[in-house]
Design a protein around this ligand. Structure first.
Ligand code: ASP
Ligand code: MG
Length: 448
């Protein structure tokens, strides 16, 4: 059995979602087995829902609600489906928005509750479409009714360890049917709905795939796989046929938008291949991600990615730095202020750290705490660039090639680091130098 996960753009319009239905039918014909389908919300619906939750606080309910309801109604009409599908969900959403207005507050828990309606609607539409097309036992199921239990970290929840067993058990009651499961959402032990972070449906697909020990998790997108660079900057960015789990995790972490960074974790546990495919060009090879990956001597660097809007924090402390326990205290201050550290480099008198937390208040609080022992300087609008590839372990002189290429473009590097795994080199630049930097690097490693 396979998991087939369809992203927001793939289910965003009647003709697109019809393509997905055809792909599921093709899979059933080819393998003789029904896949487990996992869906995202229709494209942009999650944004509309979160926006509606925020506006409800001030009593602005009807127009944002109507936009969501209309999107769903248009989808049902366009597919010729019964217009009662999802009506109960919409009524519940309307009540919920009124409730938020009454309490005049929207908490992370309520944001997740509101956001959940995107996947709860799209899964019902997808299952109804499959039934209409002749798959009589197609059924929409909420992930939390199929065993997915998460912790209570709203907006960024993670599965509890028992999830895998509980999914396998819950699935038995449905075996043989075509299930269409909601991506993105779960429930915690208290029964509150959680979400696993934006673009989290990939992660859900991988969790279900691991729990059911499927032969492959297919992630269907509106791009031809994982690319050698951001296609908005590099027109001839190349799709990557093969990646290792480690390469894919690094790429996702450092900003490749195709996969949610946590996606690889459950698949890795059970060694289940993840394949990224293009809904609108289904016979293209896509990207196959497997535990071992494949080395390509011509391309020791597989991909160049970047994460913009990072914050650089320089801490100087002439007296303290060499003293034992200084780093422990420094990290403790970051942890206390909820600032997640990304890159770090140290010299004799200073430590440079980066974070993607940009919230002014939290950074000010951090600065205040740090100032008790050090001089602190905070710089914004920085960007982490990462070049990633298993081949880098075996190739001498790659860092020199990368730095020379960037220097030729006149960009200065502000921090450099290489992980112990040696499959990535990361460095920090200004946001404004992203296009120049990525172009130089891509020409160096992928040019003719
Ligand atoms: N619908 C959610 C989002 O837009 C999850 C997903 O699409 O994967 O973030
Ligand atoms: Mg999405």
């Amino acid at each position: 059995m396979k998991v087939m996960k369809f992203g927001g753009s793939s289910v965003g319009k009647p003709d697109a979602i019809t393509r997905c239905a055809e792909l599921v039918e093709r899979e059933i014909k080819k393998s003789g087995e029904k896949p487990l389908v996992v869906v995202s919300a229709y494209s942009k619906i999650t944004d509309l829902l979160l926006d509606a939750a925020g506006k409800a606080v001030k009593g602005d309910i009807e127009a944002p609600y109507a936009a969501i309801a209309k999107r769903h109604a248009d989808m049902l009409n366009g597919l010729g489906l019964d217009e009662t599908i999802g009506q109960k969900n919409l009524a519940e959403l309307h009540d919920l928005l009124n409730g938020i207005h009454m309490v005049k507050e929207v908490t992370p828990r309520l944001y997740d509750f509101v956001a959940s309606f995107g996947e709860r609607l799209s899964s019902k539409t997808f299952a109804a479409l499959m039934r209409k097309r002749g798959c009589a036992d197609a059924e929409a199921v909420n992930a939390y009714d199929l065993g997915y239990v998460s912790d209570s970290r709203f907006m960024n929840a993670r599965p509890l360890p028992e999830t895998y067993e509980s999914i396998a058990k819950a699935y038995e009651a449905h075996r043989g049917k075509l299930l269409v499961v909601t991506g993105f959402i779960a429930k915690d032990k208290n029964g509150d709905i959680t979400t696993n972070g934006r673009s989290g449906s990939d992660f859900s697909a991988s969790i279900f795939g691991a729990a059911l020990e499927v032969e492959e998790v297919q992630v269907w997108k509106d791009v031809p796989g994982v690319l050698s660079a951001d296609p908005t900057l590099i027109k001839d960015a190349q799709p990557l046929p093969r990646l290792s789990f480690e390469e894919a995790s690094e790429l996702a972490y450092y900003g490749a938008e195709v996969l949610h960074p946590a996606t690889m974790v459950p698949a890795m546990r059970r060694g289940i291949p993840v394949r990224v495919l293009h809904t609108f060009d289904p016979d293209a090879p896509g990207t196959l991600i497997t535990p071992e990956g494949v080395l390509d001597p011509a391309h020791p660097v597989k991909s160049i990615v970047y994460k913009e809007d990072q914050v650089l924090i320089n801490v100087r402390s002439e007296r303290m730095l060499g003293m034992e326990g200084f780093m422990a205290r420094l990290f403790e201050i970051f942890a206390r202020n909820g600032i997640v550290i990304d890159m770090i480099s140290t010299s004799e008198v200073s430590v440079s750290l980066t974070t993607d937390i940009t919230d002014e208040k939290r950074l000010e609080a951090l600065k205040k705490d740090l100032l008790e022992s050090s001089k602190v300087e905070i710089q914004r609008e920085k960007c982490i660039v990462a070049i990633v590839g298993e081949g880098m372990k075996h190739t001498v002189g790659l860092a020199a090639r990368a730095f020379t290429a960037v220097a030729k473009g006149g960009v200065s590097l502000q921090m450099i680091s290489q992980g112990a795994s040696e499959i990535n080199i990361t460095f920090l630049i200004d946001n404004s130098e992203i296009p120049k930097t990525i172009k130089s690097l891509h020409a160096e490693f992928f040019g003719k």
